[in-house]
Design a protein around this ligand. Structure first.
Ligand SMILES: [Zn+2]
Length: 72
């Protein structure tokens, strides 16, 4: 995390996207879209799309397909 938010309230609508094989946390979906965070890299992708996320664990590397619907 780049930002220090010790007293930040928990965000209720954050859904973790986990690797189907090993359970590693790959991304989260929330009201802003799909959030991918890895070290100092952070991306938020908005809109309806399908993403293929390759698990970052060297012994796993499973491709996980995430479908994000358009926001209503
Ligand atoms: Zn994995």
């Amino acid at each position: 995390m780049l930002r220090c938010m010790p007293n930040a309230p928990p965000v209720s609508n954050v859904v973790p996207v986990r690797c189907a094989s090993c359970g590693a946390l790959l991304a989260t979906t929330e009201s802003e879209g799909l959030r991918i965070q890895r070290g100092h890299f952070e991306a938020v992708i908005d809109g309806a799309f399908r993403a293929s996320l390759v698990c970052y664990r060297p012994k796993c590397r499973r491709i996980n397909v995430v479908t994000v619907p358009a926001r209503s």
